[in-house]
Design a protein around this ligand. Structure first.
Ligand code: FAQ
Length: 310
């Protein structure tokens, strides 16, 4: 008995509607596959490019302990990139192709990693706000409809929440330090707050992919829902830390039982996404150089595999 495309599509829709997982061997609509490749690749590239802003401080960390923590965190990010590239490969695309698309600018990575890290406090702020935003966005992705992506996210989220705590602990230590250290933390939070809110993507009414991705169970929440959750989660943490979030419109709304907050600068967001942020060129250049420097490792691995196959 041959199964028709309509029956396969019905089976796919029913699986998604039941909240069950789609696995690589299952039939899936081409557009579902393409959307997943776009999102997972962008996510993987973000982890890899995301090593750079903090990596900037490894050689200048103020103590051996802080250096060991930072090294381990940046290595974790490389690991997250690898889980995600592997998940993406189950959709029939090779990691080599994904890397080429990153280097040629055809695929994106998160806007947040195009901002500079001129202060050591930025290491703590990235852990607190950037990993904090990443967790808000990624915990629901543990229940995404595509099996390999959801399973990768479970491991990643465990490590991200550890990263968030180490960032917060670093900032808390600095806040208990000198006046100058407290000022460093506030200055860093002032620079990272709005870009962190932008990580969740454009507002729902300007997000072309959210509707379909929610219908397919790829995304479990909209961009605005997650942004709100992040603000509500972060305000009490900022209070405990003793920093001010740089938004005069930020206040508790007792009717909504949520915080009202100001609008990020969406022109800035699109400029960064389109490649015109403060560090886009530098980040991609560095990644290209690292890729070229690693060519001998890839060649050796291929030669070794061929040798073994003989
Ligand atoms: N940056 O229709 P939507 C991390 C693009 S966490 C750049 O709303 P979608 C951990 C979007 O691709 C960061 N581009 O799109 C870490 C689309 O462009 P296209 C990574 C953005 O996919 C911490 C267009 O705008 N996390 O790395 C951004 O439904 C510390 C329209 O947008 C993830 O990737 C942006 N912020 O929703 C590492 C999470 N936002 O393709 C190191 C998984 C939107 O049409 C240190 N991804 N765009 O040309 C997602 O949840 C989703 O893809 C969203 C965007 C929510 C990011």
């Amino acid at each position: 008995m041959t199964v028709t495309e309509t029956e396969l599509a019905e089976h796919f829709e029913a699986t998604v509607a039941r909240g069950d997982r789609i696995e690589p061997r299952d039939w899936m609509p081409e557009a579902y596959r393409k959307t997943l490749i776009r999102q997972i690749a962008q996510h993987a590239h973000s982890e890899i490019i995301g090593m750079q802003p903090e990596g900037n401080w490894i050689s200048r960390a103020p103590s051996l302990r802080r250096k060991a923590i930072l090294l381990a965190k940046v290595q974790d990010e490389a690991g997250h990139g690898l889980y995600l590239y592997s998940a993406c490969e189950t959709l029939g695309t090779a990691r080599r192709e994904l890397t080429e698309k990153l280097l040629s600018g055809k695929q994106k990575y998160s806007s947040i990693f195009n901002y500079p890290t001129p202060s050591y406090a930025d290491v703590g702020t990235i852990g607190w706000l950037v990993d904090g935003a990443a967790i808000c966005n990624q915990v629901p992705l543990c229940r995404t409809s595509f099996g390999p992506y959801g399973r990768a996210m479970i491991r990643i989220c465990k490590e991200e929440s550890f990263h968030q705590r180490q960032g917060y602990e670093l900032l808390m230590t600095m806040m208990r330090g000198t006046e100058e250290q407290r000022a460093m933390v506030q200055e860093s939070v002032d620079r990272f707050w709005w870009p962190a809110l932008m990580m969740f993507g454009p507002p729902d009414d300007a997000s072309p992919h959210t509707g379909q991705s929610m219908a397919w169970g790829i995304k479990r929440n909209t961009n605005d829902e997650l942004r709100q959750k992040f603000v509500d989660m972060t305000v009490p943490q900022a209070r405990a830390l003793g920093v001010t979030l740089p938004d005069p419109e930020l206040r508790w709304n007792s009717e909504r039982r949520a915080h009202d907050f100001g609008e990020p600068d969406w022109d800035e967001f699109w400029a960064v996404v389109e490649g015109n942020g403060p560090c886009n060129a530098e980040r991609l250049d560095r990644r290209r150089r690292a890729h070229e420097d690693g060519a001998w490792v890839r060649d050796a691995a291929v030669a070794f595999a061929e040798e073994g196959a003989r």
